[in-house]
Design a protein around this ligand. Structure first.
Ligand SMILES: Nc1nc2c(ncn2[C@@H]2O[C@H](COP(=O)(O)OP(=O)(O)OP(=O)(O)O)[C@@H](O)[C@H]2O)c(=O)[nH]1
Ligand SMILES: [Mg+2]
Length: 248
């Protein structure tokens, strides 16, 4: 499950909250500069993938900041393709990989490039949208783009704690109805906050999205592969003077 979205939407904070541990660096300025993949291993460690040198370096988890944060690896000068984090606490969901991506729409264009270049690998995509502003044309374009790569795209409405109860409902209704007009076949919207007192959002997300997605993993996987093949064939269709049939 890969988390995409605007810079500072709270993508890394959300994954830390899900893991109940501050694994990924977060901050008030653009932070994540490298795609970071989190999955299960019996022991905790991390690997840094350098494509240019065809090299994988094993490092302690405490050192990942040096490779994935904009302040310590500006413009990804170290030339890192991705960082893989292995955690024993991912044991209950071994078939799951959580992926954090650099933010879009910031002044740092290389971050958006890194995210979009990685996006064709996505099976389950989660688009993080902060409540202020609640939904932009760029968010909708991102969802459209991801839906060409996978049938399973959902929205995480972050920073809900910044609003009172009535405003929370107002924003949720606005985002849901706007998305329904753009995507009539439906898109799940999960409200979220990492602040104390909002743990029920995490429970709902885990029960309603993660657990169900894992249960349907095989089915989802083959649907995602069909969608990717369709996108690949469509992009090659002009070249071959042939029309691809969309998957059912
Ligand atoms: N009030 C509030 N603040 C949040 C929440 N989630 C994240 N933040 C804050 O928002 C800021 C950005 O969080 P990050 O997790 O770094 O955001 P990001 O989307 O990963 O940012 P980039 O990696 O730069 O794209 C930080 O200052 C967080 O503390 C939330 O649910 N509520
Ligand atoms: Mg981040």
């Amino acid at each position: 499950m890969a988390v995409f979205g605007r810079f500072k939407a709270g993508k890394s904070s959300f994954l830390n909250h899900l893991l109940v541990r501050p694994v990924l660096p977060v901050g008030v300025v653009p932070v994540t500069s490298v795609v970071t993949d989190i999955c299960y291993a019996p022991q905790e460690f991390a690997e840094v993938i350098f494509p240019q040198q065809d090299k994988v370096e094993k490092i302690p988890l405490s050192e990942i900041h040096a490779y994935i944060s904009e302040s310590e690896n500006p413009e990804n000068r170290r030339g890192v393709k991705a960082v893989c984090v292995f955690l024993p606490e991912m044991a209950p969901c071994r078939q799951l990989r959580l992926v954090d991506t650099p933010g879009l729409e910031s002044i740092l264009a290389h971050n958006a490039e890194a995210s979009l270049a990685w996006s064709p690998n996505t099976d389950l995509a989660l688009v993080a949208i902060g409540v202020d502003p609640p939904l932009t044309q760029q968010d909708v374009s991102l969802i459209e783009r991801l839906r060409r790569l996978t049938p399973n795209v959902s929205v995480l409405l972050t920073n809900m704690d910044l609003l009172g109860a009535a405003e929370q409902q107002e924003v949720l209704d606005f985002v849901t109805s706007q998305l329904r007009t753009k995507f009539p076949e439906g898109l799940r919207v999960f409200p979220y906050s990492v602040k104390p007192g909002y743990e029920e959002f995490r429970q709902t997300f885990k029960a309603e999205h993660l657990a169900k997605s894992l249960a349907q993993f095989e089915k989802e996987d083959s649907a995602a592969i069909s969608r990717k093949l369709y996108t690949l064939l469509s992009s090659a269709a002009g070249y071959l003077n042939w029309r691809a049939t969309p998957p059912k």
